[in-house]
Design a protein around this ligand. Structure first.
Ligand code: FE2
Ligand code: FE2
Length: 193
């Protein structure tokens, strides 16, 4: 877990990303009524999903501009490197499919294995949705953070393109909207002195 946070710390733009992913993914898991072992896998998976980036060269990982096809191939390796890194740890057995498959898409256009539909483990599909959302709603070197509404529209368009499961996206969007409603000043709990 510490190693994962160290990797995240190398890139200022991803600050807090792993912890947010863990809490978003766990919230979706609870909303779906998943068993405790799956919830725990989502929590660890959020922190560890990009652990394989330790094996991606800095020139690719920290490159501000667009990646060339060769560089993108090197970047894709992080899924398999992470899976391999965690292979010796029995405690991460349920987390490894999340690490390996968090960039797959339902139509088979994702990586590293090009899995189609339900062949993609459900926990990895959840991680994938929350990962995309978090990337969209944080500042990146090449663009500013999107608003919640724009990010939700983008996720819905990925459902229309056949990349994500509609039910998972709907559950997550509902949670984010609820969160926003809770955070608005009218409904915020009064400070207790
Ligand atoms: Fe990743
Ligand atoms: Fe990520």
């Amino acid at each position: 877990m510490s190693l994962a946070l160290t990797i995240e710390a190398r890139d200022a733009y991803t600050d807090g990303h792993c912890q947010r992913l863990a809490s978003f993914a766990v919230a979706v898991g609870y909303a779906l009524g998943l068993p405790p072992a799956d919830i725990e896998a989502l929590r660890r998976g959020g922190v560890l999903h990009d652990i394989g980036k330790v094996g991606v060269p800095d020139g690719v990982l920290l490159k501000p501009g667009r990646l060339t096809p060769t560089e993108f191939d090197a970047m894709k390796q992080h899924t398999m490197i992470g899976d391999r890194l965690c292979a010796p740890l029995r405690s991460l057995k349920r987390v490894r499919p999340i690490i390996r498959h968090h960039h797959e898409r339902l139509d088979g256009s994702g990586y590293p294995d090009g899995l189609v539909g339900d062949a993609i483990p459900q926990l990895a599909q959840i991680m994938s949705v929350v990962d995309v959302f978090d990337a969209l709603t944080t500042n990146r070197p090449y663009r500013a953070a999107m608003t919640l509404d724009d990010a939700c529209r983008e996720l819905e368009s990925e459902v229309d393109r056949g990349w994500r499961r509609a039910d998972l996206v709907d559950v997550f969007i509902a949670l984010r909207r609820e969160h926003r409603a809770d955070a608005s000043p009218d409904t915020a709990p009064k400070a207790v002195r």
